[in-house]
Write a protein that binds this ligand. Structure first.
Ligand code: UGA
Length: 355
């Protein structure tokens, strides 16, 4: 099978590429502006990497699509701070550019696997978000945070309608996937990373942890390896079960409040050699979403997936939150960039033992 991944250097694209190359005989054609997450995959005989800009090199993208069996257009803005800072850019890339690509996939008769998002459920009040029955509830227009969810939701609807005209598609909805190299931990500006990276960066730099709107809002954190397992099931498509269907890929057992996430992260980092003093030093401070992100911020107070659809594919998430966080912390510390306050830097062996 020939797999085309647009945005291959992203967190999901790079992890999926590594898994495909290690576990299957499929080939990957990957397109991105950058390649820093791809490392050794770049030299793999079944990997072809093309450095290109999806929004500029459209002729190239259009020529690649008919040569592949399945296309994953993964390039998108995915940081809430970006939706507010650049709502039109978010719409243009996440909706307009991807719609163009989806149309080319439909014309080519290739299979489409498209990233929807947990954000499409918005402020839905269901205890478990269900792909087939939950209402998708977004806030007012002036709350520009929702332009991402709205763009993704409309594209979900367009893709669904194109399915009735013959497009073979699968929509998947990642629920707060996290893992090493999710975002750049060296960035310290508010909103420059998803919450796990942001919190770990603050802790390692000895900065207070900002709890936006008090931190009672909940998320279901899903370790990246579990998410990639789910995507592999979708690619394998047993008995065509993934055709024209939507799958939440999230870990309902890892549903915690953001305040709990901060506490757990402090506990887990404190257990690493040299960081035991952290638990007493770490400080959390509450601030309004408008102060942290700007007036256009709004938020989902609760987000937990039903995984009934994905269970039918034979998938279930395995990695508990604390274990996933230990892997993220070990990866960050292995860079040697962070010096513990109360001890010598941990050795590579010590880090392995703790992760
Ligand atoms: C994310 C992003 O929109 C996308 O990555 C993705 O589509 C989707 O949701 C997902 O990954 O499932 P969100 O869950 O709000 O949105 O992502 P984070 O930026 O990681 O924030 C999580 C929560 O932590 C939010 O309630 C935010 O207000 C809070 N937060 C974040 C803090 O309290 N402090 C911080 O320093 C950062």
């Amino acid at each position: 099978m020939k797999v085309l991944i647009l945005g291959v250097n992203g967190f999901i694209g790079s992890a999926l590429t590594r898994r495909i190359l290690s576990d299957t005989t499929w080939s990957v054609c990957g397109v991105d502006l950058h390649d820093f997450r791809l490392a050794t995959a770049l030299d793999h005989p079944r990997m072809r990497f093309l450095k290109a800009d999806l929004t500029q090199d459209r002729g190239l993208i259009d020529s690649l699509i008919p040569a592949c069996d399945v296309v994953l257009p993964l390039a998108a803005y995915a940081l809430p701070a970006s939706y507010i800072k650049d709502p039109l850019g978010t719409f243009e890339l996440d909706f307009e550019e991807n719609l163009r690509i989806v149309r080319r996939v439909a014309e080519a008769g290739a299979r489409l696997i498209f990233p929807s998002t947990s954000e499409v459920y918005g402020m839905c009040e269901d205890s478990l978000f269900d792909e087939d029955t939950s209402r998708l509830v977004l806030g007012p227009i002036a709350k520009e945070r929702w332009i991402y969810a709205c763009s993704k939701q409309l594209l979900d609807r367009v893709i669904w309608a194109m399915g009735a005209q013959g497009l073979n598609f699968t929509l998947f909805r990642p629920f707060n996937w996290f893992g090493p190299s999710l975002d750049d931990i060296r960035q310290s500006a508010p909103g420059s990373a998803r919450v796990t990276t942001q919190f770990l960066g603050h802790l390692l730099r000895g900065e207070p942890i900002p709890l936006v709107n008090g931190g009672a809002q909940q998320r279901s954190f899903t370790y990246v390896d579990d998410g990639i397992d789910g995507l592999m099931r979708i690619l394998q498509n047993p008995d065509g079960l993934a055709d024209r269907a939507i799958f939440n890929l999230g870990n309902p057992d890892n549903c915690v409040s953001i305040r709990e996430m901060a506490t757990i992260m402090i506990e887990e980092l404190s257990a690493f050699p040299g960081f035991s003093g952290l638990s007493g030093d770490a400080v959390m401070h509450e601030l309004a979403g408008s102060a942290y992100y700007g007036a256009a911020y709004d938020d989902a107070v609760h987000r937990r997936p039903s995984i009934e659809n994905a269970l039918r594919l034979g998938w279930s998430p395995k990695v508990p939150l604390r274990q996933g966080l230990r892997l993220v912390i070990a990866d960050a510390l292995a860079s040697g960039r962070w010096r513990p306050k109360d001890d010598a830097p941990p050795t590579a062996d010590a880090l392995k033992a703790y992760a």
